[in-house]
Design a protein around this ligand. Structure first.
Ligand SMILES: Cc1ncc(COP(=O)(O)O)c(C=O)c1O
Length: 376
């Protein structure tokens, strides 16, 4: 049996007629950039978050650095984040002209370790940039109270956690801006690149609307800006998918629960940890081998058996060749957990349209490998 890693083709087939209808509507309207479909989706997306504003931009990376710029984060400022995230989190900090400061991640959740943040704060620290890694909310209550104590901004990198909730808080409720990616494979994905910033700050919304459109909010009048807009065709696709995101996240949780209950007695892996009271949306279901030397053999075993398992992220940002490419960066304290996460992670296939047979096939192959593994 072959088990793919991504399910977006199956997903398209399931909602094809509605998606095709919206695409046809955009094509027929003749308004493909900053048209009515984008406006409609932005309103729907803000409402989904229970927030006031959503601005569609070109991709999740742009969402981050446009949010930084709109909040006045740039040269001379430090932003605190983690190294065991997708590269774009730090890349966006550098694009904005700021300094990336990396602290360790939490050994259980792999999100930022909030107990390490305060020691990394300096007089030039301007923002905290937590990542809701793999679809689980970082500890936003602790992050909010640190930000309040030190007068810092918070920008949430929520490329992976649309629909997730923390214990008693929603995404966006405790921060200045939430940045999202709609790249194909995300929980809410379009058919190419896309992103959005969600915020309750009118000034941030207005600034990003201008920045994304060549610094213009009035025809022929410009200040410095860029071109980074979410296309109306993609907005039409996302509008259809947004209606189903909670149902799809529930299916991800169902498969995650099946993986976790069947793999709980394995000897050689650590399974994902869901914080009590939180609602993890399993963008990725990531297990870790207890021994780093087991990771590649297990990955190869799964791949050889037709299972498209992957790693997120096997090379942490500070381990990339050439780091930091002349950009400003600082690692605050030791970061053994982020390094362990990079060395030991394996992502099992995870998408709503998986079948029970496929999930059980993956479980059987993982159990088979575990029985043979040398755990002495
Ligand atoms: C954690 C994280 N941040 C940022 C991004 C950047 O998003 P994009 O690829 O849409 O630029 C991604 C996804 O690709 C991501 O996973």
């Amino acid at each position: 049996m072959n088990v793919p890693f991504y399910g977006h083709i199956r997903q398209y087939q399931n909602v094809k007629s509605e998606i095709d209808t919206n695409i046809q509507e955009v094509l027929g309207s003749g308004q493909y950039v900053m048209g009515p479909m984008l406006k409609r989706f932005e309103n729907e997306f803000a409402a989904y978050h229970g927030m006031q504003y959503a601005v569609g931009v070109g991709n999740g990376t742009d969402a981050l650095w446009l949010a930084f710029q709109a909040l006045g984060i740039g040269s001379g400022d430090e932003c605190i984040t983690t190294t065991n995230t997708f590269f774009a989190t730090a890349e966006a900090i550098w694009i904005a002209g700021a300094k990336a400061v990396f602290v360790d991640s939490d050994p259980k959740t792999n999100c930022i370790d909030t107990s390490k943040i305060e020691a990394a704060i300096t007089p030039t620290t301007k923002a905290l940039v937590p990542v809701h890694l793999y679809g689980q909310c970082a500890d936003m209550k602790a992050i909010r109270s640190i930000a309040d104590r030190h007068g810092l901004l918070i920008v949430e990198d929520n490329a992976q956690g649309i629909g997730a909730r923390g214990d008693g808080f929603r995404i966006g409720e405790l921060s200045d801006a939430v940045c999202t990616s709609f790249i194909i494979q995300k929980n809410l994905g379009c058919f190419g690149d896309g992103g959005a910033v969600v915020t309750n700050h009118e000034k941030v919304d207005r600034a990003i609307r201008k920045l994304r459109n060549h610094g213009s909010d009035k025809r022929s009048c410009h200040s410095m800006g860029y071109n980074s807009r979410l296309d109306d065709i993609h907005a039409g696709v996302l509008s259809v998918k947004l209606k189903r995101i909670d149902e799809w996240n529930d299916l991800r949780r169902k498969w995650a629960a099946r993986y976790s209950s069947c793999l709980q007695d394995t000897r050689s892996f650590t399974l994902p940890y869901e914080m009590p009271g939180s609602y993890h949306v399993y963008h990725l279901y990531v297990i870790e081998t207890k021994k780093p030397e087991h990771r590649d053999p297990l990955l190869n075993y799964l791949n050889e058996n037709g299972i498209d398992a992957k790693c997120h992220y096997p090379i942490a940002i500070h381990q990339q060749e050439g780091y930091p490419w002349g950009k400003q960066a600082r690692i605050a304290g030791a970061i053994p957990n982020s390094e362990r996460n990079a060395a030991c992670c394996i992502s099992l296939p995870m998408f709503p349209e998986l079948t029970e047979q496929e999930v059980d096939y993956v479980i059987d192959r993982v159990l088979e490998w575990d029985r043979k593994a040398d755990v002495a």
